[in-house]
Write a protein that binds this ligand. Structure first.
Ligand code: TXA
Ligand code: MG
Length: 304
């Protein structure tokens, strides 16, 4: 059910949950100050309680009460990339409810790029919001996807299709440096432009973002990421390529336009299920740089 800003503010202030548009993917939002609303998010998504949520704010000074201590380069990263698809994980103050951060000492923060959502935050206060999909499923990049997962009566603040179609990049300040928690819509090269170094992925086996260890982005169909295609005749591939013998090709777009590929990614993964395919071969022969590195990571996870 598509609703307006005024109704959205009312839902949030009453401790309810609704879907909100962001420039990355749709989020399932509740007020940071409503424990009931936050609990509802976990229930609706069937999300494990040990997977913490990102707090969405509308301007940088709203970080003040939430952050215990700002790490070096926090201001520089925030002023360069916010509003935008970068999430910063920093030491949390006691005011951040433990359910939001899954009892971690840190909090994940970002200012979303969608002006309608920032308006909602200005009127209703900071929002916690995971991606608006059932846990494990592909994220939602348009209102139709939210309806697929939560039903046509579910309230959605309609912002149309998401500009990036890929989640925010997550940086975690840890042991004196910024580390990559999740690849996303801001590339590591862009971040290096501010930090002067490429944020490293965690060297330990333990995922830095608790969410990274769970099943993710997956359609019901079995995906085969690369390897021999053999008898698999359904292909998730790219424009301008030949897939001899394929009975159906879903194209993610042209490799010349990675930003179009990210826009199509989750739509294509959802299409696999809508078409009822059981097994799909995914073309893994593409460069691992810029946005395509994140695309490869998502497709690999989706195929696990
Ligand atoms: O683009 C996005 O980031 C979207 C939109 C809606 O903002 N949100 C999103 O949320 O992708 P979600 O919940 O699907 O993914 C958030 C990730 C999870 O892997 C979670 O474990 C991690 O962020 N996270 C949240 N708080 C954290 C913390 N304090 N420390 C480490 N990781 C954290
Ligand atoms: Mg998610």
């Amino acid at each position: 059910m598509r609703i307006h800003l005024k109704q959205s503010v009312e839902i949030i202030l009453k401790g309810g949950v609704l879907a909100i548009p962001t420039e990355t993917v749709y989020g399932l939002a509740a007020s940071l100050s409503s424990e009931n609303g936050i609990k509802k998010i976990f229930q609706l998504k069937n999300r494990p309680l040990e997977n913490p949520l990102i707090v969405h704010i509308s301007q940088i000074d709203e970080t003040e009460p939430l952050v215990e201590k700002k790490p070096p380069f926090f201001e520089e990263l925030a002023s360069r990339f916010w509003p935008g698809p970068l999430t910063l994980v920093v030491p949390a103050s006691d005011t951040v409810p433990t359910i939001v951060r899954a009892h971690l000492p840190s909090v994940a923060l970002r200012i979303p790029g969608n002006p309608l959502t920032r308006k909602l935050i200005r009127q209703a206060g900071p929002l916690v919001a995971p991606s608006a999909n059932l846990s494990g499923r592909p994220s939602s990049t348009c209102p139709e996807h939210v309806e697929e997962d939560f039903g046509s009566d579910f309230p959605i603040l309609d912002g149309g299709a998401c500009a990036f179609g890929l989640e925010s990049t997550i940086l975690i300040f840890r042991n004196g440096e910024w580390t990559l928690g999740r690849l996303g819509a801001i590339t590591c090269e862009q971040i290096a432009g501010v930090l002067g170094y490429l944020p490293k992925a965690s060297s330990s086996q333990k995922a830095l973002c608790p969410g990274q260890k769970f099943r993710h982005y997956s359609p019901k169909a079995r995906l085969k990421f690369g390897g021999e295609r053999r008898e698999c005749d359904i292909v998730l591939g790219f424009d301008g390529r030949d897939y001899p013998g394929a009975s159906h090709v879903i194209s993610l777009g042209s490799l010349k336009h990675p930003e179009v590929i990210t826009q199509n990614l989750y739509k294509s993964l959802r299409e696999v299920d809508l078409k009822g395919f059981e097994e799909v071969w995914v073309d893994s022969d593409f460069p691992r740089s810029g946005l395509l590195e994140a695309v490869a990571e998502r497709l690999k996870k989706a195929s696990n």
